[in-house]
Design a binder for this molecule. Structure first.
Ligand code: 13P
Length: 251
């Protein structure tokens, strides 16, 4: 982990969680406030229906809230969509954009992801911009070029002046229990870092690069120690307070 960057661990609840999940959030809050102070910024990204409640309840224990997606427009005739400003109004400080599940399920392109990231910045949110290759792309030796192209297309120029976060999530590692080797993670994160520095200079040195994809209590310590891994984006293991707390404590 690069020492000058404070690490961040974000939980992505995806389409999981109704009001009962607030008990689990409270259990996490209790662990975070009774144990040793966490060495990471802790963010929980619940479904939009839970955002205001998570933001309110998490505030007392330092847990910050994030959305899982936003629309690129500030308002308008977009039934079912949510503007970045609405997430901010509900208490969010972060928003995930370009998650591979959005790219796959909703056909989101790099251009759209970049526009969403810009909208997030405009609303005062910190976008967590996701990139990552599929298994076929990795097997055919295209992982680096695919991620480089997603990064170039999805990260807005505004990242030079505003806080953005990049999350490397190999699609084949999401929800599968499989992870890249530490060497592969190190190599991809170093390549993302080089690209950010090439484009943003010194600012590129301090943009957090999170790892996501089957991050678990069992592997968190070694993965989070890899160079240029500045924290994690956690799916399944963020749903259980005990597991998520163990990952946070592994920083
Ligand atoms: P899992 O941790 O369940 O593999 O999900 C990772 C992810 O997609 C986080 O955004």
């Amino acid at each position: 982990m690069t020492t000058t960057i404070s690490p961040l661990i974000a939980g992505n609840w995806k389409m999981n969680g109704t009001r009962g999940a607030l008990d689990e959030l409270q259990a996490l809050a209790d662990m975070l406030t009774t144990g040793e102070a966490p060495r990471a910024i802790v963010v929980v990204c619940p479904p939009a229906t839970m955002l205001a409640a998570v933001a309110r309840q998490g505030a007392t224990s330092g847990i910050q809230a994030g959305g899982q997606d936003c629309h690129a427009a500030a308002s308008g005739a977009h039934t079912g969509d949510i503007a970045a400003g609405m997430l901010a109004d509900a208490g969010a400080q972060y928003v995930i954009v370009g998650h591979s599940e959005r790219r796959a399920d909703h056909g989101e392109t790099d251009d759209q992801v970049r526009a969403k990231a810009e909208a997030a910045i405009g609303a005062g949110l910190k976008p967590i911009i996701c990139v990552g290759e599929t298994e076929a792309q990795r097997d055919s030796g295209q992982a680096d070029s695919v991620v480089a192209s997603q990064l170039a297309g999805s990260v807005p120029d505004a990242a030079g002046q505003h806080e953005v976060i990049v999350a490397y999530e190999p699609v084949w590692a999401i929800g599968t229990g499989r992870t890249p080797t530490n060497d592969d993670i190190a190599s991809m994160h170093a390549s993302i870092r080089r690209q950010l520095v090439d484009r943003f200079g010194d600012k590129g040195q301090v943009i957090r690069i999170l790892y996501g994809g089957s991050l678990k209590p069992q592997n968190a310590r070694e993965i989070l120690a890899v160079e240029h891994v500045n924290g994690g984006l956690v799916g399944g293991a963020s749903l259980l307070a005990k597991d998520f707390y163990t990952i946070i404590s592994a920083v």
